[in-house]
Design a binder for this molecule. Sequence first.
Ligand code: DGT
Ligand code: CA
Ligand code: CA
Ligand code: ZN
Length: 579
Amino acid sequence: MTNREIAAVFEQIADLLEFQGANPFRVRSYRNGARKIADLSEPLSAFATGDTRALTDIDGVGKAQAEKIEELLATGRLEMLDDLLAEVPSSVLAILRVPGLGPKKAAMLHNELGINSLKDLRAACQNRQVRDLKGFGAKTEVTILRGLAIAEQAERRSRWVEAEAVVQRLLQHMSSVADIQQMEMAGSYRRGCETVGDLDLLVEANDVDAVMDRLGCLDGVAEVIARGDTKMSVRLDSGMQIDLRVVPGKSFGAALQYFTGSKGHNVVVRGLAKQRGLKVNEWGVFRVGEDGSEEYLAGRTEEEVYASLSLPWFSPKLREAREEFAWAAEGALPELVQLDDIRGDLHMHTTATDGKATLEEMIEASIAAGREYIAITDHSKRVSMANGLDTERLRLQWAEIDRLRGQYENIKVLKGIECDILERGGMDLPDDVLAEADWVIASVHYGQNQPLEQITERILGALENPNVDILAHPTGRLINRREPYAVDMEQVFAAAVEHGKLLELNANPARLDLHDIHCAAAKRLGIPIVISTDAHSTGGMEVMRHGVQQAQRGGLTATDVANTQPWESFRKLLRHALE
Ligand code: DGT
Ligand code: CA
Ligand code: CA
Ligand code: ZN
């Protein structure tokens, strides 16, 4: 299990304990443990097996939690969690995930109104029963109703990164079947979609039973939904479904193409085949004779399938029936940006605000990650919860960066700030201070529920400010947790063009903000995109790959992404002359 998965288990335990009204100290210790684990830069297994360091050496991890981590690492399960889950039905658990409802409020709804599911909750809000509970009101009801839509989606679809954790375990588990010749994930997971409904696993093998038996004994399989000659579907405890298909080698490419989708992409492929008197399905490409006979033409590889239709191979990231066929017709499929192209990371935090690593640690981790230039961008003072910087503390940090510049010669460190756009409009720090910064990020963190005109005005104001370089996480959404705020993106794009600003693609897998469609729009308008990790720890730099994947789905090339440029050309985008 990965650190992230183990941290998620601890979070879940904390939620469940809180829901049950457990001792608040106990709840808090699990939450702290989860945070510590998520922030670790090393895998937990390194502590569990290492002879010199124990899990209890990790700050915030006590003896009881260390035992739970060991149990998870050894078995992939935790008896305590299984017990808790048996006590709280999963339909009730879903209530905990409604934005704006913590475990405490969820428990009240459950205990006082008998609410047992999202459906019950929706009915109770619509019947105006919720507003009468202590600590709730008519406004809470509206908030809950808004949050319900997103919780209902989260019940059905996982974030890509959560699906990835399951996929890694699944592929590892299946790899012991000797008869497997080839194995690939297909579906929305392979396309890198931001959320994944179910997982589609494709296997080439002769011994179908061996493959299916093995899938059946994956840890966490709750139910075998169906098992046939070539297809099998299982459901995991988490609710996630896995569809398996076992095909012969001559059909592997055709099946991979078919089950990768998207459905819309495949509709176009089949249409193009038909025009040529061909038929494409999951078994191959066939020439259809006048007597209805079918002659197999291709199917071993995806390249072969597409080539038989005079099409180039499409990156799965582009298979959404958007512009890919028009590009192919012009022979101009974009050469998508790759993780290796990234040279800079221009959004990160340190212990000066809510980061977990010091300035030096972040610089050293950036060097280790191969970055040639970075910007240190802690929060400004409005973000008081994160101990945001005022002018004085910011200048102190810059003095520190000046000192460190001499020490780290193989990386450029920009003096930056993530400056809040205030609720009433305007920037959180004075213009003359922002003017001194090498790199100014403008962000909306407060007043996210304002009406469209107001939020758009605030953002346009920031983009008009000559000292602002870039707008961070432009729509504020959190996948499966929070809707984007109401903002007129057309106007934001127009202002970015007019004032020569950049837009961030925040790589945090919970954000991925800009959306892929917005990435494509920015590219069309020639607005440079910066993919940033927004790292709050050294481990947080790892998320760059998610941002790159999202950029690929938007059709972005390295040229479209400003932080792929070598320092010598990137520095020309800055307001200050820096060597
Ligand atoms: P998901 O699971 O909702 O995140 O999205 P997908 O794209 O993984 O969809 P899924 O799992 O239902 O099916 C996987 C792929 O298989 C899909 O992208 C295209 C192909 N496929 C499945 N069912 C059909 C169908 O009825 N017609 C066509 N043309 N293709 C299908
Ligand atoms: Ca799927
Ligand atoms: Ca499926
Ligand atoms: Zn940030």
